[in-house]
Write a protein that binds this ligand. Structure first.
Ligand SMILES: C[S@@+](CC[C@H](N)C(=O)[O-])C[C@H]1O[C@@H](n2cnc3c(N)ncnc32)[C@H](O)[C@@H]1O
Length: 214
């Protein structure tokens, strides 16, 4: 893979992609976490996803070896894997490429393992998670560079059975703890740093993205 797309992009955005050898050497420093299905990774200048793609491959290797014989379990744990991977990039084409790359990694494995038993609703859930987790954003001022709206990340956690819980947080507040009590929650009460700005009802992991409100 090319490490540079253009001289202008290097000058404007410091865009030089990391090669696979360095990516793996760095991820090996936190090897155990890269192989834990639900450990969360955020890359604040993710480019087209060189680190996130490798994290995804490592985690899916674990899912394959533990759950490769069960469609339902493989789908469930793969969704937990994707839900734990986050990225931000200031260039929309990079964020899009990153989403598509992570989706293709998932889909290639899914299709190879389960072929005709694969479900479109599982693919939709994966696409929805990627649309929520890999965002266009400026990681220095924590806003969308086009709309200037604050970056909002969703926390996904596994609940009982096949259900997932989503809570949305303002990225800046997660990073800059000084913003405590500067925000209001759904009930118009002052929200603490560790309170979500939105709390969603539990949802089945195959129902993500079924409508706009989840
Ligand atoms: C050196 S490249 C690294 C890309 C990727 N992490 C990798 O290792 O291959 C830097 C990336 O940061 C992005 N970038 C530059 N300024 C940024 C900012 N303020 N917020 C978010 N992303 C930014 C660029 O678009 C580029 O994709």
């Amino acid at each position: 893979m090319e490490q540079v797309k253009s001289k202008k992009r290097v000058a404007d955005h410091g865009e030089v992609f990391t090669n696979t050898r360095e990516v793996n050497a760095m991820l090996d420093l936190v090897k155990q976490e890269t192989e834990r299905i639900d450990s969360r990774f955020l890359e604040p200048a993710c480019g087209n996803g060189n680190f996130l793609a490798e994290v995804l491959n490592r985690k899916l290797d674990v899912v394959d070896s533990r759950y490769g014989k069960s469609l339902q379990e493989w789908e469930h744990y793969s969704i937990i894997v994707i839900s734990s991977i986050y990225g931000v990039d200031i260039l929309e084409d990079n964020a899009k490429e990153c989403r598509e790359r992570l989706y293709d990694i998932f889909n290639e494995r899914y299709t190879k393992l389960f072929d005709k038993n694969c479900k479109e609703e599982c693919r939709r859930s994966i696409r929805f998670l990627l649309s929520r987790n890999i965002l266009l954003g400026d990681a220095l001022d924590f806003t969308n560079p086009e709309t200037k709206a604050p970056i909002v990340f969703s926390e996904w956690s596994a609940a009982t059975g096949s259900m997932l819980k989503r809570r949305d947080y303002i990225f800046r507040f997660l990073v800059e703890k000084t913003h405590q009590f500067s925000l209001f929650n759904d009930q118009s009460d002052a929200a603490a740093i560790d309170e979500p700005i939105k709390d969603f009802p539990l949802i089945h992991f195959l129902k993500l993205g079924e409508n706009d409100s989840n």
